[in-house]
Design a protein around this ligand. Structure first.
Ligand code: PLP
Length: 549
């Protein structure tokens, strides 16, 4: 769904709109419009829009041919919107891509179905095979209904989206599953039906009460927040608190999501759950939730990972799950996701795909983020109880991004610095670029031809070439910062937390701690830091022991 916003009058708001996911920003010049802007102002807006990755569009109504040419040239525009009153000869003469406001009269011959759009003001007319926008008093309140009714390729809004909040609202309604330009549902036709069904169920089925009960009485929520003064002293840092997801049943935050999705699936009438797993953590969490809820469970796992992670494979078996070896590609996580998606497309009438991180096509990033936001909601409350305010800095490791999004969501609108820490060998934000993998558009490690690159990290949970789309949005808008931690720093932090506090952190979580170790001495002494300890390190002990030999 394309979103075009007209009548914005300053570069700041225009940039915001593009960052939120608007594709086209319409500039008005006509003297009769109260939202008309000068050419100078237009230059500033065009620069901001292009810089943010959007497309500026001149909207012409009653300008003279000379004026129109002058504006197009001065701004080097690639797209123009033409009203039916603009002479057809002008439309035929210019090479720019056109959004043509159809008024029922014959269309100019030069319009190209491959390239150009029609736009219908108010009433719907025959699009004659063209892609088209609808317009006419759209707003966040009516855009969903309009899209359902007209099934357009784009929506055009002006008055209904002028201020930042209204713009954000409108775009979210028009393009659900989008995080600015990121996210989406880039999947083969076969997967659309199951994903739409899932989106509907996620919106409509209320599982909150049962989920709260299971999180409390089965998984062990709320998890503690622990201050770690010995660790803080050892790294010459300020006050440091840990959100203790390591204390959860199965040893990490992943169970929050697995229980949530499996419960939802059961309410949807599904009897079979499939999931992908790399190191086996999500596989174990999902097998656990399935055992609890009486659901059949099939876990796809790369053959290479099966050999590396024998204890988790055995655990999944104990929990009654079937582990299916994947022998395509590099036989690791990426290939396991592909197999799981293939199974889902063929079996969704009985089966739910329980995806393990805030990744993949819409609605998965939204679903996983919702089930993980309990981390941040709890932590925020707990910090206010402990110190009477929010922390200054929140840090979380970022694999696919679920534990980080779970923590960050509660603090997005506060004056809290957010830092996501990637493994140095899987640094999507430092070394990657936007692209599409596993159904979502987000930052990726890819070569010049778009081939996915191999990643390397001592911690299996951070070893993935893509990242959740919400993080790409937070990165591109600057709301969160992303840094890296290498294997050695993570190991040092791992050992230090064990020795100083009697807590064995997961290697993934040790990346967040390793980053903090590096920067701690630069922080103001009265700062308060909250680190999400996403999991416990029992699973990593044997591996670390083998490295120490
Ligand atoms: C899987 C895992 C991660 C990484 O996944 P995210 O979706 O980025 O949270 C981090 N920590 C632990 C303990 C894990 O098991």
């Amino acid at each position: 769904m394309f979103v075009k916003i007209c009548g914005l009058m300053d570069p700041h708001t225009a940039r915001f709109a593009v960052q939120k996911g608007a594709n086209f920003i319409g500039l008005l010049f006509s003297k009769v419009s109260t939202r008309a802007i000068s050419l100078e102002k237009a230059k500033e807006i065009v620069e901001a829009v292009r810089d943010a990755g959007g497309e500026p569009v001149a909207v012409f109504a009653d300008e003279s041919l000379d004026e129109m040419r002058k504006i197009i040239d001065a701004l080097s525009l690639d797209v123009v919107q033409l009203h039916g009153d603009v002479p057809r000869s002008f439309c035929d003469q210019i090479p720019q891509k056109k959004i043509y406001v159809a008024d029922g009269k014959e269309l100019p011959k030069s319009l190209d179905k491959e390239k150009d759009f029609l736009l219908f003001e108010k009433s719907f007319q025959d699009p004659q095979g063209f892609r088209f926008f609808v317009a006419g008093n759209l707003s966040a309140e009516n855009v969903e209904k309009t899209i359902q009714e007209f099934k357009p390729h784009g929506v055009d809004v002006s008055r209904g989206a002028r201020e930042p909040d209204a713009i954000a609202d409108f775009i979210e309604k028009a393009r659900p599953g989008r995080f600015g330009p990121f996210g989406g549902m880039y999947v083969p036709e076969l997967l659309i039906a199951p994903l739409m069904e899932l989106e509907k169920a996620f919106k409509e089925i209320d599982i909150e009460k049962e989920l709260l009960d299971l999180l409390k009485n089965y998984a062990g929520r709320p998890t503690a927040v622990t201050e770690v003064p010995n660790f803080a002293k050892a790294i010459n840092g300020p006050r440091i608190f840990l959100k203790r997801e390591d204390l959860l049943h199965t040893g990490a935050h992943k169970i929050n999501n697995s229980i949530g999705q499996c419960l939802l699936a059961k309410k949807m009438g599904k009897t079979r759950i499939i999931a992908e797993t790399g190191a086996g953590q999500h596989g174990v969490a999902t097998a656990t939730a399935c055992a609890l809820l009486g659901l059949e469970c099939v876990i796809y796992m790369g053959q290479t990972d099966i050999e590396r992670q024998a204890p988790n494979v055995f655990k999944m078996g104990l929990l009654g799950a079937k582990v299916v070896p994947v022998t395509t590609g590099a036989k690791t996580l990426k290939d396991a996701v592909n197999e799981a998606l293939r199974d889902y497309a063929a079996s969704y009438e009985t089966t739910h795909y329980c995806l393990g991180s805030a990744l993949g096509p819409h609605p998965f990033p939204a679903i996983v983020a919702k089930f993980q936001r309990v981390i941040g909601d709890e932590a925020k409350r707990q910090m206010r109880e402990k110190i009477g305010r929010d922390p200054d800095l929140c840090i979380a490791c970022v694999g696919g991004g679920s534990n980080a999004v779970g923590l960050f969501t509660a603090f997005l609108n506060d004056k809290v610095q957010l830092v996501g820490v990637e493994a140095a060998g899987a640094a999507r934000f430092q070394n990657g670029s936007p692209g599409t993998l596993h159904g979502t558009y987000s930052y990726l490690l890819q070569d010049a031809n778009g081939q996915i690159q191999e990643t390397h990290s001592i911690s299996a949970g951070l070893d993935y070439p893509g990242v959740g789309p919400k993080h790409s949005e937070l990165f591109s808008t600057g709301r969160a910062h992303y840094d890296v931690c290498n294997d050695e720093e993570a190991l040092q932090a791992f050992q230090l937390l064990c020795r100083t506090e009697g807590i064995i952190p997961a290697l993934e979580s040790s990346h967040a701690l390793g980053f903090l170790m590096r920067i701690a001495h630069q922080l103001p002494k009265d700062a308060v830091v909250l680190v999400n300890l996403s999991g416990r390190g029992d699973k990593d002990v044997a591996h670390i022991q083998s490295l120490c030999k």
